[in-house]
Design a protein around this ligand. Structure first.
Ligand SMILES: *Cc1c(COP(=O)(O)O)cnc(C)c1O
Length: 381
């Protein structure tokens, strides 16, 4: 069984994808071909923001946002303690200080109450200047933006939505990647909308920032490529990846989002039938839509979780622990040496021991879901 059926996805859409790839090779317009602009327009239109700027990957997308806001030494950037490393890495890379904030147990997203406590504490301390909140749409569910926006407004901070896992999600009618002052996503193959290599995008309604991002991602270009007005980076989305994404995009919004939700409903129905108090199912807040980057259950503790994962593996069912280690415990951040003050991150510590992400994709078959559930429910018998 595949964890995320990329082979089946290709088989189902082979004709369009092959044709898109062949066209790029025939035209030999590998960098900045017309497909890149076409994709950016489609994505901006779908998300409902003015500008979409594609780039080389989701990590660069975050860095481009921080560069645009000139975030650097002396600045505090608030980041969930429970996320992929990139969300905090880019803060240190920019020379600023990441402040890790605990998450909500149910949604696994940043906790707005604990966020406010952390901001107040940094302000009282006075060493760092609070600037940005990085909110992550973990496992596909948008963070609690209505409440995060209140906090951001109260302390005059910018919101950077890390929608690497969230593309395709929504709150009410408003789509993910439209909640930040700048929002980003990733097209890494396993993400909800994935390409066949690395890729990413930045979204914003702000014209001035959009111009800066377009400059930063092509060596700080000015009026043209060989007029360089600022230090930037080389971070473009290849025409090949743009063409593949265009070929996959319509299927993604017209079919895959519904199909993955049907698979999720089946998981939830089958797992609840014999609902064991020891398994906690994913929680989606009312009015929120997840893009279901992951279907993540929680077990009662590390030993049980690890044993269940081993049992699944013995039966050829892949599963992953996203994430086994809190951000504040990563060795890479030890250099901060307490400078970033560690707050109460007890929920993150619990989650690292309890979470297990199960195989999921729009192309999963009902029988496969039934098999995974049978193995899980049979684990305690
Ligand atoms: C995948 C991911 C990223 C980074 O995206 P890349 O395209 O791999 O650089 C950033 N943040 C989160 C939450 C992610 O899941």
């Amino acid at each position: 069984m595949e964890f995320r059926s990329l082979k089946k996805q290709y088989a189902a859409n082979k004709e369009q994808i092959d044709a898109a790839i062949a066209r790029v090779i025939n035209d030999a317009n590998f960098i900045s071909g017309s497909q890149v602009k076409e994709l950016e327009e489609k994505l901006a239109d779908y998300v409902g923001v003015k500008h979409c700027i594609t780039c080389a990957n989701g990590t660069d997308a975050l860095s481009l946002a921080l560069m645009t806001w000139e975030i650097g030494e002396g600045d505090a950037v608030f980041v969930p303690d429970f996320t992929f490393f990139s969300s905090g890495e880019v803060v240190s890379f920019a020379g600023a200080t990441p402040i890790f904030v605990d998450v909500e147990y149910d949604t696994c997203n940043i906790d707005p109450d604990k966020l406010e406590i952390a901001i107040k504490s940094v302000l009282e301390d006075g060493t760092l200047k609070p600037k940005v909140i990085v909110a992550v749409d973990l496992f596909g569910q948008p963070a609690d933006y209505p409440r995060i926006r209140e906090v951001a407004d109260k302390y005059n901070l910018l919101i950077l939505e890390d929608g690497a896992q969230g593309f395709g999600g929504a709150i009410g009618e408003k789509k993910a990647c439209s909640f930040g002052d700048i929002s980003t996503t990733s097209f890494f193959p396993m993400k909800p909308l994935g390409c066949y290599g690395d890729g990413g995008a930045v979204f914003t309604d702000n014209d001035e920032w959009a111009d800066l991002i377009r400059s930063y991602c092509v060596h700080g270009k000015g009026t043209m490529k060989y007029d360089n007005v600022r230090i930037g980076m080389n971070s473009r989305l290849d025409t090949m990846q743009a063409a593949i994404l265009l070929a996959k995009f319509d299927v993604f919004i017209n079919a895959e989002i519904n199909e993955v939700n049907a698979i999720v409903d089946l998981y939830t129905e089958l797992l609840s039938k014999k609902q064991d108090y020891r398994i906690k199912l994913p929680f989606i807040r009312k009015g929120f839509t997840s893009s279901w980057a992951q279907y993540t259950i929680k077990l009662s503790g590390k030993k049980e979780r690890d044993d269940l994962q081993k049992q699944l593996k013995l039966n050829d069912v892949p599963s992953f622990v996203y994430y086994p280690k809190a951000m504040h415990e990563q060795q890479a951040f030890k250099y901060l040496n307490g400078k970033n003050r560690i707050f109460d991150c007890s929920v993150t510590n619990e989650l690292c021991n309890e979470v297990l992400s199960l195989p999921l994709s729009p192309y999963m078959e009902q029988g496969e879901v039934a098999r995974v559930v049978e193995l899980i429910l049979g684990f305690w018998v």
